[in-house]
Design a protein around this ligand. Structure first.
Ligand code: GCU
Length: 676
């Protein structure tokens, strides 16, 4: 069985707190007879055993805690609770009330799942060593669909996965229900993730065959009591591959009939099936364009058929074509923005956070704010494709926070991306969602790098509430996973928070992007120039020449800038006012351009590369003092990984500076150590 992530309940706890907690949770009444109720019971018992060396008696006589749906609460308790604040089916209330001079803790909500969420939240208070004597918490998710996207192939490999193989054992399913499926559901439920797309966006169609649907059904049955729905990537050409039809044209009657009966078959097995994720006409995947049809025609055809079952279509906007001479960064916007308002209500357009592809830093995707009549779903990557993969420590909630808090000005100042995707900005919005490309695999610690667990955790937290700060996530995760010791938290929180800027600095400072080595995207490759498609070459993105560095996306260049709102255009269309973090994304900048620090671009870029290296050194130095707080395996593994990260940060610095120097023709600044 795998590690228990942030749910091991094994952090050190002093005796006083142990006694206090023990005295308060001895007798619990769970007033629900569902599978979810059993899960709640098991979880609380695990907490008691592991954290408090005690056991709970589940009883209806003089309980200290009552866990019950609001409708099942005795009216004398119910009247003390503000049930108005249960705004949706996943909201919960944890509240201490006084009855006959005695404290009683109530965990309530409208559904079993809300009770599960409330229980996990309550447990978290104990994990964080909070005072629970007069607890009062009301919470509810701000985003409806909080979904992991597994890029898992049916052969067990995981595209862009760095944590072993797929945890789905298609061979042994449906008969064999591996323990890890339950552990997976538990971990996700604890952070509010309520959906999972089981298969890769580059998928073959077999997942839709009847034998595979049986396997999918087994997983759906396991996940259901944890509040998790199953979704599938559907290959658009499935009617050809499985149905032996000559076409997959979405307007063709036979094609529609094929999907119709396939969908009905799915819902017979899985009545709460979530719906389809589709990658269409992107990177060689089939789609409606193949038949002269639009994204809208493709998406709406499936949406119409899913509608009677309350299923959704998550149609990805990650499209770009080498046949176009247009800047890749502009293509998704050009293709999708004109369709605003044309998608059916159960279609979500799933947009990556930036216009290129999960880089260490990108400006936000200009579709956010540009499609007010469409449900836009955020797609983040949790797996670290362009971010050092399995070996670099990079705390991604910091990246997510930067994106989510970005102002799009779509409805005036304060129109953050968080407010677009959680629907706050557009009250008419029907469905809201956030997807994260999973970093989970068969490694015993789930994620390969021990600290990559924090990215899974953080994604869940920010999908629940996109205004959650990265810092609070770091503190929670560190406390729940290792220890609440304040010395540990004080030193490790900044390490996590700064790790994102470190990777930007040693890989792609100042707005550089997509200069990783080709195909695998690991390590530096600014020289890549001979890929089959121009937009897969690094030189396409950095455009280094004797005059300077960077991609001119202003009016004199591709003018991708014009896709952004005027407030951003105003600031970014002046080379002196654009934030330097985005400089080389939008400008081709002379090597001797004077930066804000008074030095040249060349010098400053070198400074950032060195800064990134130094930051990793700092991480190593901090970590050296952390041995007393973590178990030896984690200590040693992380120490070795940081050593790799440090040498690779140097590799990045050296490779990029030496490569760019042939164009800059300027000496390396004195602070750069001699490059071997
Ligand atoms: C990236 C990634 C691919 C993936 C694609 C996508 O380009 O490298 O492996 O298929 O994104 O999101 O569809």
């Amino acid at each position: 069985s795998s590690e228990e992530l942030w749910l091991s309940y094994s952090q050190p706890l002093n005796n006083k707190l142990k006694e206090t907690y023990t005295s308060k949770i001895k007798h619990i009444q769970i007033k629900t007879f569902s599978e979810t109720g059993e899960i709640i019971k098991t979880e609380l018992q695990m907490l008691a055993t592991k954290m408090l060396d005690t056991s709970i008696s589940f009883t209806s006589t003089t309980p200290q805690i009552i866990i019950a749906k609001i409708d099942n609460l005795d009216s004398k308790f119910k009247q003390k609770i503000n049930s108005q604040s249960l705004v949706n089916n996943e909201s919960f209330i944890i509240q201490t009330i006084t009855v006959h001079q005695k404290d009683l803790l109530i965990i309530t909500g409208k559904t079993d799942i809300s009770l599960l969420y409330g229980t996990y939240c309550f447990i978290k208070q104990l994990q964080l060593h909070k005072d629970i004597s007069s607890i009062s918490i009301t919470d509810s998710p701000k985003i409806q669909l909080r979904i992991l996207n597994h890029w898992d192939n049916l052969d067990g490999t995981v595209e862009r996965g760095y944590a072993g193989f797929s945890i789905w054992d298609w061979h042994l399913l449906p008969g064999f229900k591996k323990e890890i499926y339950y552990e997976y559901a538990r971990a996700n439920a604890s952070i509010g993730i309520n959906g999972t797309v089981l298969n890769n966006v580059n998928s073959n169609a077999y997942i839709l065959t009847s034998p595979y649907l049986q396997k999918v059904k087994t997983l759906a049955d396991i996940f259901r009591p944890y509040g998790i729905k199953v979704y599938l990537t559907a290959r658009f050409s499935a009617p050809i591959e499985l149905g032996k039809l000559p076409t997959a044209d979405p307007l063709n009657e036979e094609v529609i009939q094929w999907w119709k009966s396939k969908i009905s078959e799915i819902y017979k097995e899985i009545p709460d099936f979530g719906g389809f994720l589709i990658k269409a006409n992107s990177e060689g995947q089939p789609g409606p364009n193949t038949y002269g049809r639009s994204h809208v025609e493709g998406a709406n055809m499936l949406a119409t058929l899913l509608e009677p079952y309350q299923g959704v279509v998550m149609w990805r906007a990650f499209v770009y074509s080498e046949q176009q001479s247009e800047d890749r960064a502009k293509q998704a916007f050009n293709e999708f923005a004109p369709f605003d308002g044309a998608f059916k209500e159960n279609v979500l357009v799933q947009v990556k956070n930036g216009p290129i592809d999960f880089q260490p830093r990108e400006p936000y995707h200009p579709l956010f704010g540009a499609m007010p009549k469409t449900s836009l779903m955020m797609e983040f990557q949790i797996t670290q494709e362009y971010l050092g993969q399995g070996s670099h420590l990079v705390f991604l909630p910091k990246l997510y926070e930067e994106v989510l808090s970005t102002d799009t000005y779509a409805k005036g100042k304060g129109s953050t991306i968080a407010k677009i995707i959680d629907g706050e900005l557009y009250q008419d919005h029907r469905i809201t969602g956030m997807a994260g490309v999973a970093n989970i695999g068969t490694e015993t610690n789930w994620t390969g790098h021990p600290f990559a667990q924090a990215n899974w955790y953080g994604f869940g937290r920010q999908a629940w509430d996109p205004t959650t700060s990265a810092e609070s996530i770091a503190k929670e995760w560190l406390s729940m996973t290792f220890t609440t010791d304040s010395l540990f938290i004080q030193q490790m929180t900044p390490l996590l928070i700064n790790s994102r800027e470190a990777v930007v600095n040693y890989m792609t400072p100042l707005g550089l992007h997509h200069i990783m080595n080709a195909e695998h995207h690991y390590g530096p490759g600014p020289w890549i120039a001979n890929m089959s498609r121009p937009d897969w070459n690094s030189i396409y993105y950095h455009r280094a020449d004797s005059l300077g560095l960077g991609f001119d996306r202003t009016q004199t260049g591709s003018n991708a800038l014009e896709q952004y709102p005027k407030e951003i255009q105003e600031q970014f269309s002046n080379i002196h006012t654009i934030p330097e973090a985005y400089l080389l994304w939008f400008y081709h900048v002379p090597w001797d351009f004077k930066m804000k620090n008074g030095h040249t671009l060349w010098y400053t870029m070198a400074w950032y590369y060195q800064q990134g290296v130094n930051e990793v050194k700092n991480m190593q130095q901090t970590w050296e003092h952390m041995q007393p707080y973590v178990n030896n395996d984690i200590y040693q593994d992380t120490r070795m990984l940081l050593e790799i990260q440090y040498s690779e940060a140097q590799w990045w610095r050296n490779a990029c500076l030496l490569y760019f120097q042939q164009f800059a023709k300027m000496p390396l600044p004195e602070f750069i150590p001699e490059i071997p």
